[in-house]
Design a protein around this ligand. Sequence first.
Ligand code: CO8
Length: 376
Amino acid sequence: MTRVVIKGTGLFTPSGSITNDELVESLSLASGRWNEAHAAEIARGECAARDLPSAKFILRASGVGHRYVMDKQGVLDPARQRPRFPRRDEDAISIQAEIALAAANGALEAAGVAGRDLDAIVVGCSNLQRPYPAVAIEVQAALGAGGFAYDMNVACSSATFAIQNVVDALRNGHARRALVLNPEITSAHTNFELREFHFIFGDACTALVLEAEEEGSGSGEAWEILDTRLVTRFSNNIRNDAGFLNRCEEPPRAPHELLFRQHGRQVASEVCPMVAEHLRRHLADAGIPVERVRRLWLHQANLNMNRTIAKTLLGREVLPEEAPVILDEYANTSSAGSVIAFHKHRDGLRAGDHAVLCSFGAGYSIGSVLLRKLRD
Ligand code: CO8
């Protein structure tokens, strides 16, 4: 029998490191200047003064303590509040392909395979730097891989949706070995001007090598994918309206509509029960009792959300190591988050142990991957 396994994981972490205090200092300076510049309009009641951020609020409300970004200087410059990326020529590798390659090389090394051994590459992420040619095809060329490659976007759920696509391709014999990549440069779509959004995100890229393996063959660490399940339900509570129609729209949109925005409290209250119920049903249908689940690698958006989901699912308080959190270091890296948690926190699990990788986000969208450790 053929089974699909995860053979290796990789992670690219940018060198730019920003603490909550640094971010709060920069935004406080920028907001103070903005309020001064708009003092007359604020006094006339034509616009509201910008409230100042607090590092204490950020940690308490979200669990985010720090993030990595591709360009620290641009983000922290109160006169800019966005990263600065030198424009690249068409014959130079693009920035998303570059970070995807860095993560891919780590995953390939961990799996003990070469780029030419791949015959499918899927790039799944919240923001793609261009519609075409696909970043995935650029990576395919750089790695010397064969087969096919394409990009896809299901916001924070892009990794698990890409995993299901790849699992289907491997099970159907359309590929033998595949790479899932999640290059998230969220700093380019974060509104660093407003306190409700500036702290949420960080940049990173994750990579997974998946392959079809005949029972009894194979060596080295491997995680069998027992099942995958995806679900979507439309919601306007998380939006980003940047797109190819913007230049034609009348009247033009306000700049903040072309960045990530959300009604965070509503998202949290609606999505937590949906995710817990989705996981409960998925495990039940797969015949896996919840008490057998040794680890939950959940989407990394909010510490309190993850605690609530894990507690609702397991029916008890969970230990930190049962549902690892990387928000303190990486913040929300959109689709990369749950994969970073898997990459960094799978020590101590033994062959036969069950675990769950799960993402959730804009759409709404939820994706779950049921895993069993096959070999140490
Ligand atoms: N400092 C101080 N005060 C603040 C700050 C701050 N930085 N931010 C907000 N406040 C204030 C608010 O203004 C509000 O003040 P007031 O009461 O005067 O109006 C007060 O604090 C309370 O605000 P909230 O009610 O918003 O606070 P919450 O407790 O709800 O916490 C969170 C806010 C942390 C955002 C929380 O709601 C949350 O995390 N929700 C879930 C978010 C989530 O899961 N989002 C989905 C993930 S995103 C996704 O799917 C990916 C999409 C692609 C994105 C990639 C591109 C960037």
